[in-house]
Design a protein around this ligand. Structure first.
Ligand code: PAF
Length: 291
């Protein structure tokens, strides 16, 4: 696997990979890789001739109270993992290379209104503008045929799809931006770089999140009203030791508009249950399909 740290080298290496009309898949990451990321690389390899993975801890998607400096960085280990999965090229730019004008001084950030404000956007203002901006840059830098993202960050995926569609990027169709189902630990907890921050006790209690979500989904699918199924879900999390719940809502999986009832007129897309809750100091998110 080769590594590029400058845009010039990246473009030359991508052009080389493309020789003979070969296709490129992009897997954007912020590093601290786990099995979830490696699953993205494997899916990308099945779909395209070559995989380019990026590792960039993007400052513009961190809020002033979020600890950018504490975000785990382990480039050498990550590179070895990517190589073991057959990744052809690692794009690991510095902040200066990604934002030559300075991270506070980039083109007015790309804002995808409608899908960015609710859910995680409500407690992380500006977060999805930073995500949309850096992913737009990554798409323009690599010009991939397809790009792969984890469904675990479901709102992020909706933001990226809307951004690519509205800006007419080279891969705007839904079938070229692929959402890969969440990879889970044996007890159902969604894999996340943040799980490493959980104490032993909180790690054990964290498994209540996917369990309570599945129970809520079963109740909703059995006809129980959404509000009371969600109230039971929140009670289960608080009883298990979660400190607070940022949101636990049912939404249209494309527009992320709230859904009050499965029988309501909420459009064509299936419903999605999305939850964010804090245990100790760690904020966990998860989502699952409903109906
Ligand atoms: O999901 C992530 O790791 C990041 O938000 C992404 C998509 C790589 C953009 O920085």
């Amino acid at each position: 696997m080769q590594t590029a740290t400058t845009l010039d080298v990246l473009r030359k290496r991508v052009a080389k990979l493309r020789e003979g009309g070969e296709t490129i898949a992009l897997v954007p990451t912020m590093g601290a890789l786990h099995e979830g990321h490696l699953t993205l690389v494997r899916r990308a390899r099945e779909a395209c001739d070559h995989v380019v993975a990026s590792i960039f801890v993007n400052p513009t998607q961190f809020g002033p109270n979020e600890d950018l400096d504490a975000y785990p960085r382990q480039l050498e280990d990550d590179a070895a993992m990517l190589e073991s999965q057959g990744c052809a090229l690692l794009w690991a730019p510095t902040v200066e290379e990604m934002y030559p004008g300075g991270a506070q001084n980039f083109v007015t950030s790309i804002s995808v209104s409608g899908v960015s404000e609710g859910f995680c956007g409500a407690s992380r203002p500006g977060h999805f503008d930073g995500v949309a901006t850096v992913v737009c840059k990554l798409f323009n830098q690599v010009l991939p045929d397809m790009a792969f993202f984890g469904e675990k960050d479901f709102q992020q995926l909706a933001v990226i799809r809307a951004m690519a569609r509205d800006l007419d990027l080279s891969l705007p169709q839904a079938h070229s931006i692929i959402g890969v189902p969440t990879v889970r630990e044996a007890d159902g907890l969604a894999m996340s770089s943040r799980n490493r921050y959980l104490s032993e006790q909180h790690r054990a209690a964290a498994a209540t999140l996917p369990r309570a979500m599945k129970e809520a989904i079963a109740r909703i699918e059995d006809g129980q009203d959404v509000a009371s199924a969600l109230a039971t879900l929140k009670d289960a999390l608080l009883s298990a030791g979660f400190a607070s719940i940022d949101y636990a809502d049912l939404a249209d999986s494309a527009s992320l508009a709230p859904i009050a009832s499965l029988n309501g007129e909420h459009g064509e897309a299936p419903a999605r249950l999305l939850v964010a809750a804090r245990i100790g100091k760690t904020r966990l998110i998860d989502n699952m399909g409903v109906g």
